[in-house]
Design a protein around this ligand. Sequence first.
Ligand code: AMP
Length: 328
Amino acid sequence: MEKVLSGIRPTGNLHLGNYFGAVKSFVKLQDDFECFFFIADWHSLTTHPKPENLRESVKTILSEYLACGIDPEKAAIYVQSDLKQVLELYLYFNMNAYLGELERVTSFKEKVRKQPDNVNAGLLTYPTLMAADILIHKADYVPVGKDQEQNMEMARLFARRFNRIYEVEYFAEPKSFHLSDKAVKVPGLDGSGKMGKSEGNAIYLVDDEATIRKKVMRAVTDSGPVEPNQPKPEPIQNLFTIMEIVSDRSTFDYFNDKYNACEIRYGDMKKQLAADINAFCAPIRERILDLRGNDDYLARVARLGAEKAEASAEKTLREVRQIIGFRN
Ligand code: AMP
């Protein structure tokens, strides 16, 4: 079975954009691929989180992925720092990675601009750690956004370079798997752009009913169309797009017809949208809260995931050591 691997940032909570843009697809992938999902806590050290924040974020994000339907029996969901084998491969890749090429990576240059007083070596070697995360399992596919494409190129480069230096055909080049071609883009409620944590316009899966209602009722609208069947301005289109995603087709058609007939009442539409978002989120929210309070279960899931990942990683590492010239 072909292998899919994806890293998960242990920051914040999942919002509707994450769910419909990524997590929902991961849940589907579990049935057709051997999946490895890891919570990238080592990567997150580049921004120096406090120990208690790191611990809490890992548990939170693990609860949320499980609540969305990641099944620890099907996929290996694990915490990156539980898989020590990655460190050894990271070291080998670092020996064959050159300062100039690492400095030229766009995401590194961006970080240098954003956090000029914390340009650490971990930031510089982010691409070699990412390559190790992927190649430790010899993953075939990595679901990525466009922003990660250059890091994927680097992973392919390190795979090719390893093969060339040691005159082997060992690592295949991992392929990017563009979720954005298959998944919807969820817009924000503030009238423009997409839903995002840093945009401050997100509805989180864990938000309670009152919070959802408050956020939806605040969404930007206008005074309504004056002529029938006109294209919708962006803020209005965004509301309809979210409704199309979470509501029944008939509900969407009802408000769409009202809009086209210039009879739309945004207050009614927003009440309906808030109710439908809540109906969608409620069962996930309940599972999140339930899982989040069950440390023993989360620890067992993480252990199970790490065991599966270790088996796959150990095999690669034994072969890599042999190729490099170490005795196992
Ligand atoms: P982020 O929380 O920004 O790190 O996003 C993680 C992943 O969630 C991204 O790579 C996207 O696949 C997905 N995602 C985030 N926001 C949205 C959105 N508004 N619409 C669709 N997908 C999204």
